[in-house]
Design a binder for this molecule. Sequence first.
Ligand code: DX5
Ligand code: ZN
Length: 228
Amino acid sequence: MYQIAPSLLSADFVNLERDIRMVEQAGAHMLHIDVMDGRFVPNITIGVPVVQAIKRVATTPCDVHLMIVEPEKFIDAFCDAGADILTIHAEATPHVHRALQAIRARGVRAGLALNPHTPLSVLEEVIEDVDLVLIMSVNPGFGGQAFIPNTLDKLRRLRRLLEARGHAERILVEVDGGVKYDNIDAVAAAGAQVLVSGSGIFKADDPAAMIGAMNEKLQGLAAREAAA
Ligand code: DX5
Ligand code: ZN
């Protein structure tokens, strides 16, 4: 099943509860929450207290994307805040294996994110330790950037890797950056099950209708894939 994860970075922060309820009622499957520290990426966004607040009103899983250096220092804090999926960047720590283990030890699903330049090979030695792989389709830091076309080929290669290693059913593949109505089916067909979209949803004239339209497109793709 394909899943839509609206990125709250593009929501109206004054009306965050309203926007969360709106996307959930419209058919979003999880809430993508972008945590940035001004060091790993050139921007500062959401921190622990805001994740706690989101958790109080969320009815779908909180998918927390840490774009911070030394993520291991904050694993407990974000698990306590209510993360259901906690994703760290492979480039952000020399201790990826330890960090993934620490997330799982808290009973939270462990995600590993790869920047556009990071080869899939970094995954090979920790493939048993991840529940989700997040492929960045922009350079992290900001919403509203253009999708990097090479991502489609990277997704196809990732799918082959997961199949070869016997993890295709277990590990979720998520794509983040520049995903919109126009390319969402191509991104899904290339091998992503979780589609993050920020500006593609919140900057639409009718964000709720946009989620409906995206879901319809993905259901059409799933039906064609099942029939093939
Ligand atoms: C970028 C963030 C994304 C961002 C996506 O660094 O990780 O989640 O909000 O926004 P769009 O969909 O607008 O590219
Ligand atoms: Zn993100």
